[in-house]
Each structure stands twice: as C-alpha cells, then as structure tokens.
Design a binder for this molecule. Sequence first.
Ligand code: FES
Length: 111
Amino acid sequence: MTTLPIGPLDRFVDGEAAQVEAGGLVLAVVRLGDDVYVLGDRCTHADVSLAEGEVDPDARTIECWRHGSAFSLESGEPDALPATRPTPVYDATVVDGEVLVTVTVDESAGA
Ligand code: FES
C-alpha cells in the first residue's frame, strides 16, 4: 500500500467527479464538501469511465452514464442492474489541503 498525493482539494469541484491517474491506476475522484471519495474509474458492467457520470450528493453515489447503475461512493457497490459487481474504493484523506489516496501500486506500470 502506498499513499500518493493527487492534488490540492481546491482542484476538485464540489459535487462533481474527476478522473485522476495515480500509482498506475485510473481513479474517479469525487468531492463532497470537505469529503473526498476515490473509486476505480471503470464501470464493472462495461469499460466506461465512472468519472463522466453524475454524482448524487444525497445518496452518495455516482451513476454510470451509459446504463444507469449507481455506485456507492463508500462501498463501490452498484445499486441496480446491469452492473452486479463493486468497483474498488480507496482510502482518501485531506492533509494540509492536499488530497492523499492510498493505493496498491502496480509495479508493472513502469517507473
Ligand atoms: S456500462 Fe455502466 S451500467 Fe452499463
């Protein structure tokens, strides 16, 4: 496990998702106020970006734009078909205004 900085909190728009690459992973980063959620940026139904989907701040989900499964920002679980498997979620914290995410670094990604 490695903790990586992915940018200042101000970089992320409240209530929206952004795609970020870190540690060889493509991540969907969602900011809700001072909270930051990080998921794998790939719908488990098909290979589309979750970061392009719509965030529901009340339900704390992000909806896949293609077929509408909404994934929990906390667990990565989809709420309905057609997706049936969770997307990975990663621990994120904000330290001195910088967003840090803890990931398992893919050593084969090249350095
Ligand atoms: S591609 Fe995401 S629900 Fe189908």
